[in-house]
Design a binder for this molecule. Structure first.
Ligand SMILES: [Zn+2]
Ligand SMILES: [Zn+2]
Length: 197
């Protein structure tokens, strides 16, 4: 199913955040290990509100990243409990707001609340929609070998398997090579040394 634009944006941000982890990122390194990298991530997603720009803030965001990844493994009931706990703890107060170029959407924290807290609450509100819509199965993990990437499958037929084009292409190439080498093995049966490469 599709969600409202603000929910899809929020989920998109959570995916981008979680996929900065090593084994999920494009570089294979932790892409959220410096304040600069956090700046880039926020800029890419036009993230507004309070910024401290220090190591404490970075550490808090990294902790949020770890907690948000768990939503890709939780049951629906587990996810609901997690969302409720978070909204209660942060005394979240959902309000419709309009700012910058953005139409009415929900904020549940003040703009001057710490960045990590705003991120987590915003994610929780998006997960509210996912849980209510019974769409937790759209939170998927990449099927490519050696990739821990996550994504939200918004495709019409729910057929998305990979976190990125990069992973999709990589797996297509390796499936192609596998077919080629199987064919080569059949063709080269009498000379086994040729099938080794
Ligand atoms: Zn906003
Ligand atoms: Zn992947």
């Amino acid at each position: 199913m599709r969600f409202t634009d603000d929910t899809e944006d929020a989920l998109g941000f959570v995916v981008a955040l979680v996929n900065t982890e090593p084994r999920a990122s494009a570089s294979g390194d932790d892409e959220l290990s410096t304040v600069d990298q956090l700046d880039w991530l926020l800029e890419e997603h036009s993230y507004s509100g309070r910024r401290d720009g220090d190591e404490t803030e970075l550490d808090e965001v990294r902790a949020v990243r770890t907690r948000l990844r768990r939503f890709w493994t939780l049951t629906r009931d587990g996810a609901a409990a997690q969302v409720n706990r978070l909204l209660k703890e942060t005394k979240a107060t959902p309000q419709l707001v309009r700012h910058d170029q953005l139409d009415w959407h929900i904020h549940a924290t003040e703009p001057d609340a710490p960045l990590a807290q705003r991120m987590e609450v915003e994610a929780a509100l998006a997960f509210v929609d996912v849980i209510r819509g019974n769409a937790l199965d759209q939170l998927r993990r990449c099927e490519a070998d050696g990739c821990d990437g996550v994504f939200v499958d918004l495709s019409r037929n729910g057929s998305k398997r990979f976190c990125s084009l990069r992973c999709g292409n990589r797996m297509n190439v390796s499936a192609y090579r596998e077919r080629q080498s199987e064919q080569a093995e059949v063709a080269d049966e009498p000379t086994p040394e040729q099938s080794a490469g």
